[in-house]
Design a protein around this ligand. Structure first.
Ligand SMILES: Cc1cc2nc3c(=O)[nH]c(=O)nc-3n(C[C@H](O)[C@H](O)[C@H](O)COP(=O)(O)O)c2cc1C
Length: 511
């Protein structure tokens, strides 16, 4: 296997001091993408605003500890899962500009990820089918009737998908992030999807429902099942959720082409062949290829994940849902010191293993380094996070360097600490091939999302940050290449809490 195209894409999209200054890129407001997908001919099927939330503390859920009991996975549970993954938690409007902030962070608030569910009959007016989730109206639209879980299971080469009551499918619309970030925008698909996955994993743990992240699947089959325009939108990850039915879904005849019309992503053409070529070269043609790729990835054994540990004894009782409502990218830090568990617990959360097809339990593709600026009893310096704790790599105060590494943004240097999520990218690509690029970037987004949730659980703030790739590698030493960066600290202001759908009526879009 070789990941030459992914490597070449990656190298062409690194940020350097020079590339940032010489880009000359300006936002073309006449071709601004719509941040949500609309099916004008399909009726909205509103989801219940009375969400089936958990009463399990986020601190336990994020530590990997589920509640002792679980209730049936029904329509209100699905509504909660979708809202706290992809829902609109804050609305902001000024003049004719309107922003709908979501449950998970998204660079530039561009929201390139779409969410679909493939479900069995969940009762209460939600029959089996393939549905698209529309976050603004908080509604589903049925794309296909019938139980298509067997088809999706075949596409994923994963029998569990035919048993799970629901599989959430995340797709990416490259133009939405490329409009601002150009070619580098392709990386953002995985980072933003990863941040959403962090929410899925936390909410499902709080519900006591199993969930697994599948990144290997037959792309063409998933594209066909969802009826995606292959020049606009690509499938990224599948997440079967819930305790499986004893009997798998029965196979049904292959689905027809879908006729549904959608509103264009942007006024003018938005297909960028270069990015689609980079993506497609990682496509898997059949179930056998999916199984082989998974086996190769699981053989990699790149890094040890951090074992699950009981949460620290701190007064943090909010549920995952409350934490997600409070979450918002921190815009300014107070430069205040935080206690040591406010460093070590978020690190142990974000470095926990993920139930995913690209790693074995206990493994990870990523290594995590942290630049400590202001943590009680932890001298300032650059550390590597290891399963049993912090390992000092470079003592010293690096506020200036951290600002510099994060594209000169003070959010990197004024935090209490800034985490550099890295990978030995070349080794992963050499072994795992082109497809492995997607898994690495996605795991980076999950780490970023988990770090944010853990920070907000403790009453701190956090934000994802962009970075100068090569400078980070120079700072840490090869072969560490940055995948994502998250800074954590005490916010310098009180932010507004998000709202549930029952608190803020959905605006009419197409109804
Ligand atoms: C991968 C990623 C990179 C980000 N990079 C930056 C950044 O460099 N600077 C910044 O101020 N915010 C950054 N953000 C934060 C986003 O701007 C923020 O998530 C978005 O505006 C949505 O707002 P919210 O997180 O408060 O919901 C990043 C977020 C993500 C997920």
């Amino acid at each position: 296997m070789s990941g030459d195209l992914a490597r070449s894409y990656h190298d062409r999209t690194t940020h350097t001091w020079r590339s940032v200054r010489s880009s000359g890129h300006q936002l073309d407001w006449t071709n601004q993408p719509l941040p949500f997908k609309l099916y004008p001919d399909l009726p909205a099927l509103p989801l219940p605003v009375d969400l089936g939330e958990t009463d399990w503390p986020a601190i336990d859920a994020l530590s990997g500890e589920p509640p002792p009991n679980r209730r049936a996975f029904d329509r209100s549970r699905l509504a909660a899962l979708l809202f706290y993954t992809a829902g609109v938690t804050r609305r902001w409007g000024r003049g004719d500009r309107e922003l709908n902030f979501r449950a998970a962070s998204s660079a530039g608030a561009l929201y390139p990820i779409e969410t679909y569910v493939v479900v069995r009959d969940l009762g209460e007016g939600l029959p089996a089918g393939v549905y698209h989730f529309e976050p603004i109206e908080f509604a589903l639209r049925r794309l296909r009737e019938g139980d298509h879980r067997a088809d999706l299971a075949a596409a994923a080469a994963d029998g569990g998908v035919a048993h799970a009551p629901v599989t959430v499918v995340f797709t990416g619309i490259p133009w939405r992030s490329m409009w601002k970030y150009r070619l580098r925008g392709y990386r953002h698909l995985f980072w933003d999807a990863g941040a959403m996955l962090a929410n899925v994993l936390a909410v499902t743990t709080g519900m006591g429902e199993p969930a697994r992240v599948l990144t290997g699947f037959v792309d063409a089959r998933v594209t066909h099942l969802l009826g995606l325009d292959e020049d606009e939108e690509v499938p990224l990850a599948l997440v079967p959720v819930g305790v499986g039915d004893a009997q798998p879904a029965r196979a049904i005849p292959p689905p027809d082409d879908l006729p549904h019309r959608t509103v264009p992503v942007a006024p003018r053409r938005t297909h960028v062949p270069e990015v689609f070529a980079t993506h497609r070269v990682g496509d898997l043609p059949d179930g056998g290829a999916v199984e082989r790729w998974r086996a190769t990835m699981q053989d990699l054994r790149m890094e040890p994940a951090t074992p699950r540990r009981p949460p620290p004894l701190v007064a943090a009782y909010d549920t995952v849902e409350e934490v997600i409502l409070r979450r918002g990218a921190t815009r300014r830090y107070a430069r205040a010191r935080v206690p040591a568990p406010a460093l070590t617990w978020p690190l142990s959360v974000l470095a926990q293993d993920i139930a995913a097809d690209f790693v074995l339990p206990g493994d990870s593709l990523l290594a995590h380094h942290v630049i400590v600026h202001a943590v009680e009893h932890v001298p300032s310096g650059a550390y590597r996070w290891l399963p049993d704790g912090l390992d000092l790599e470079r003592p010293g105060s690096f506020r200036g360097e951290a600002t510099q590494l994060c594209l000169e943004q003070p959010l990197g240097g004024e935090s209490a600490y800034t985490i550099l999520h890295t990978a030995d990218l070349q080794r992963i690509l050499d072994k795992g091939g082109e497809r492995a690029y997607r898994a690495v970037q996605l795991e980076g987004g999950i780490a970023l999302g988990r770090a944010q949730l853990a920070a907000f659980t403790l009453g701190l703030g956090a934000t994802g940050l962009t970075f100068y790739d090569e400078d980070v590698t120079r700072f840490l030493g090869a072969p560490a290449e940055p995948v994502c960066v998250t800074s954590v600290g005490v916010p310098a202001y009180r932010s507004r809490r998000g709202r549930r759908p029952s608190d803020s009526p959905a605006p009419p879009l197409l109804r």
